[in-house]
Write a protein that binds this ligand. Structure first.
Ligand code: FE2
Length: 279
């Protein structure tokens, strides 16, 4: 699936962009399914606002219990001071997460297959396990920023193996909040660890290496249908979406079963939902 040049690029830079990976029909199917899930969602059932800046909010049960469920999370700026939604519900959801790929047949189909299995093999994942899925809306006007981070912070294994599969379901541009990466930054240490203790989570700084400056950041504008794969240690962020266009994306986080999955990770499978790879 990956050419030698693409494999070398991934090794050297920590990421690779595979254009035209998904067809228009495949993308339309998951976009429609996401629309249906949001339409069926009762906002009062989940006033949990996702933010990576305020981890206190992340401690609520709604978030923790989403590990094996399909749940909707609001944008941080979705609510007015009086608690009412500032925009219609369908324009207020930050993401649907975290077990779409195992709970929903449409997302299951999108998330698996021989092509993805081959990409995983080519990236060095010999026994891939797909832990989580996120449908990210990056809503027009209020789509929040996601600051510099490494995905291995959230899904820790020993040795580190988490690999991100990020599918652009719409064109991602500088205007609507595309990904930014630090090329080669996957060779830097893991800076933070997101730790769960019973029903609380916290982020701990474990290395003082600073986040990259703006001079080290490379924007990755990509067309709809592109798959961006990156190493769990690669620092990346996305800017807020202040444009009038949404930026839908879908991501999978994958580890290698040959590594030890940390007991302290927030996301644990209790056995009800078997962990699977790409087949
Ligand atoms: Fe990330």
């Amino acid at each position: 699936m990956l050419s030698d040049a693409q494999k070398q690029h991934y090794e050297r830079e920590g990421y690779v962009v595979l254009e035209d990976f998904k067809s228009a029909a495949e993308m339309a199917a998951v976009r429609e399914r996401a629309r249906e899930i949001v339409a069926a969602f009762d906002p009062d059932a989940g006033r949990s606002i996702f933010t990576t800046r305020d981890q206190a909010l992340a401690t609520d049960r709604y978030f923790l219990d989403s590990a094996e469920q399909v749940r909707c999370f609001f944008e941080e700026e979705a609510f007015a001071a009086d608690g009412s939604l500032r925009q219609p519900k369908e324009l207020s959801i930050n993401k649907i997460a975290h077990a779409l790929h195992d709970r929903d047949p449409v997302f299951d189909r999108f998330s698996r297959g021989p092509e993805l299995a081959q990409v995983a093999t080519d990236l060095g994942l010999q026994q891939p396990l797909v832990w989580q899925s996120m449908y990210i809306f990056k809503q027009p006007g209020i789509g929040g920023e996601v600051g510099w981070h490494q995905d291995a912070t959230f899904l820790h294994t020993d040795p580190i193996s988490v690999t991100t599969f990020w599918f652009a379901l719409e064109d991602a541009s500088l205007d609507n909040g595309c990904l930014w990466v630090e090329p080669g930054g996957h060779r830097s240490p893991l800076r933070e660890l997101f730790i769960r203790e019973n029903d609380t989570v916290r982020k701990e700084r474990i290395d003082t290496t600073p986040w990259p400056g703006a001079d080290r950041a490379l924007a990755l504008p990509v067309k709809a249908g592109s798959l961006v794969c990156f190493n769990g240690l690669l620092p990346h962020y996305s800017a807020p979406n202040r444009s009038d266009k949404s930026r839908h994306a879908y991501s999978l986080h994958v580890t290698d079963a040959r590594t030890r999955y940390a007991d302290s990770n927030w996301l644990q499978r209790k056995g009800e939902l078997p962990l699977r790879g790409f087949i």
